[in-house]
Design a binder for this molecule. Structure first.
Ligand code: NAD
Length: 547
């Protein structure tokens, strides 16, 4: 029998307070919008909401029965205890998938996961912050817009974007592409993923063959029409084939789950079913073939770049595996964070999210209006909110993401808390953000690549982020490290704060959201970035200048 995964609506509580209820609804939500909820998988091949179903049920029971002055401790997706703390302590703290350095390897992770000792929480899966593909859509849209500004006179009409991967995160690409007015072709090996993105309105068309796909794209390019086309095929075959035909897209990237050579990437030497059947007992074969396949995939990307395409890595370790497979120039391809987003992170402008816990879409509409009125000069936000209202369908609990920075995030959450108090909104709102945020992530091949001071691999920052978030009364605080193919590559921190309309919530917001972005600015100021130092000084965030 298949389980049903749904969100809860209304304001009736099943827990002893809104803070606990909020976390329960967020847990339900990540499964409702997740890729494979039967197996607790939310996104990125292995990113799970809980270690196993017993752990899930234990977490649900804990949230339903715990008092407001207690804290639930979660270790790699498993609830291990409830402790008496106080009402300003986090309701839930988590440490997910943190492995001692020398042991942090994919092979060990797979073994320990099989023994049920550990699970990977992804970034926002294990701490219940994922809001569906829309969570990454503004980031992808911002990247396309930055490329448009730098390379195409601010306009992607008549431009061809080639990408791959239509999973939990990658599924946002076709919609971000058409919102940026481009013609985007996305290669995806799994027909179910293509169908899902079409069903939720993120992808417009599916082509039956590469010939048909290219015809659709080329006709749209000629007419300067925005279009998104999905093709069920292997990217490691299609990219080189497009290159062989002498067609050079304007922009090339990839969002297959290339980070994980076993559970994520499907090598072109295997069908999807064959790859799946090898996952449990023949990991070594898959790791070898996936790496070989990624070599072909990335060689084509580098060749596109040499012939004038704007090529970038969208955060999936594809260059890392290609380099290990012998593609010496794989890192000629820049990573999206360094290439396009770092100036924003220097000012702690990053992917901030809010979720309407009562499941009322009107709450998001009210907050949209507030944003447009309050930040009329912030073009990143106003442009985005107008577009998102028109184009981005809700999945699961209604939610919005917008790239806001230091001060703005706190101001918005405080205003929303007041709207909850005065009944302008139909229920509490949860605030959270991606782990890929200024002070929250160390990931030398994605977030912190090529930092000015060389501190790429130093993971003190996310740990400090989590600790200050606990001291600052966030409702949930999590420290995550990489699992599967990301093992040994990253450490990050996540926070969630619930605006339930109380004065206590206002205090939690004031401290935790402000200190979260303060640390983000400090991280880049410390690394020597002028923009961050300027932000730190002008906003008086408490940075100590020792340089
Ligand atoms: P996912 O596992 O949900 O989806 C990956 C998709 O790639 C799957 O649908 C799979 O069928 C497809 N695929 C695998 N191999 C393929 C191949 N050779 N050819 C064509 N399709 C293939 O993962 P996701 O959540 O969409 O994330 C994708 C990647 O992006 C991951 O590596 C993830 O860690 C990374 N990521 C980046 C960001 C960011 O901010 N840029 C954010 C989240 C995730």
């Amino acid at each position: 029998m298949t389980k049903k995964f749904d969100v809860t609506s209304g304001t009736e509580l099943r827990c002893k307070g809104w803070r606990q209820e909020a976390l329960l609804r967020l847990l339900e939500n990540v499964l409702a919008v997740g890729e494979d909820p039967e197996n607790l998988v939310v996104y990125a091949a292995l990113g799970k909401a809980a270690r196993d179903w017993a752990s899930h049920d234990g977490i649900v029971h804990a949230l339903k029965t715990m008092e407001e002055d207690e804290s639930l401790i979660v270790q790699s997706g498993k609830p291990v205890g409830i402790m008496k703390t106080h009402k300003n302590a986090p309701l839930c703290i988590m440490a997910n998938c943190n492995i001692i350095g020398q042991w942090a390897k994919a092979e060990n992770f797979y073994e320990w996961e099989k023994e049920n000792l550990i699970c990977w929480g992804g970034l926002t899966a294990g701490d219940w912050q994922y809001i569906g593909s829309q969570g990454v859509i503004q980031g992808t849209y911002e990247i396309f817009s930055r490329i448009a500004e730098r390379n195409f006179n601010g306009d992607l009409h008549g431009r061809f974007i080639l990408t791959a991967g239509l999973g939990g995160m990658g599924g946002a690409q076709p919609l971000a592409g058409t919102m940026a007015n481009a013609a985007i072709l996305a290669i995806e090996i799994d027909p179910v993923r293509i169908a899902k993105r079409m069903e939720i309105g993120f992808l417009q068309h599916q082509a039956e063959s590469l010939d048909e796909a290219l015809e659709m794209i080329q006709s749209a390019v000629a007419k300067k029409e925005a279009i998104s086309v999905g093709l069920c095929a292997n990217a490691a075959e299609v990219y080189p084939e497009i290159l062989r035909r002498g067609i050079i897209p304007d922009i090339v990237t990839d969002q297959t789950s290339a980070h994980d050579l076993v559970y994520g990437y499907v090598p072109h030497t295997r069908t999807l079913d064959e790859a799946r059947s090898l996952r449990e007992d023949h990991k070594d074969i898959l790791m070898h073939e996936s790496r070989e396949s990624i070599v072909e995939h990335v060689k084509a990307m580098v060749a596109f770049q040499k012939q004038g395409a704007v090529v970038f890595d969208n955060g999936n370790l594809i260059r890392t595996h290609a380099k290990e497979g012998g593609v010496e120039d794989a890192f000629d391809i820049p990573v999206f964070t360094e290439a396009f987003l770092r100036p924003l992170f220097c000012r702690a402008i990053g992917p901030y999210r809010w979720i309407a816990l009562s499941n009322d879409p009107n709450d998001i509409a009210v907050i949209d209006e507030f944003l447009l009125e309050r930040f009329p000069d912030n073009k990143i936000v106003t442009n985005w909110v107008k577009l998102a209202r028109e184009h981005v369908p809700f999945e699961g609990l209604p939610a919005r993401i917008a790239w806001l920075g230091h001060g703005e995030r706190t101001e918005l959450a405080l205003a929303v808390n007041e709207m909850v108090k005065t009944g302008k909104l139909s229920g509490p709102i949860a605030f959270t953000r991606d782990h890929l945020d200024a002070g929250a992530m160390a990931h030398p091949n994605i977030m912190t690549e090529n930092l000015k001071d060389g501190s790429d691999a130093i993971a003190d920052w996310p740990l400090l982020n989590a600790m200050i978030s606990c001291s600052s009364m966030a409702d949930l605080v999590a420290i995550h490290s990489g699992g599967g193919g990301y093992a040994g590559y990253m450490t990050s921190a996540g926070i969630t704060v619930v605006a339930d309309g109380t004065d206590d919530a206002a205090q939690r917001i004031q401290h935790s959201i402000t200190n979260d972005t303060s640390l983000g600015v400090m991280r880049y100021a410390d690394a020597g970035y002028d923009d961050a130092q300027d932000e730190a000084r002008s906003k008086k965030i408490g940075w100590i200048e020792t340089q």
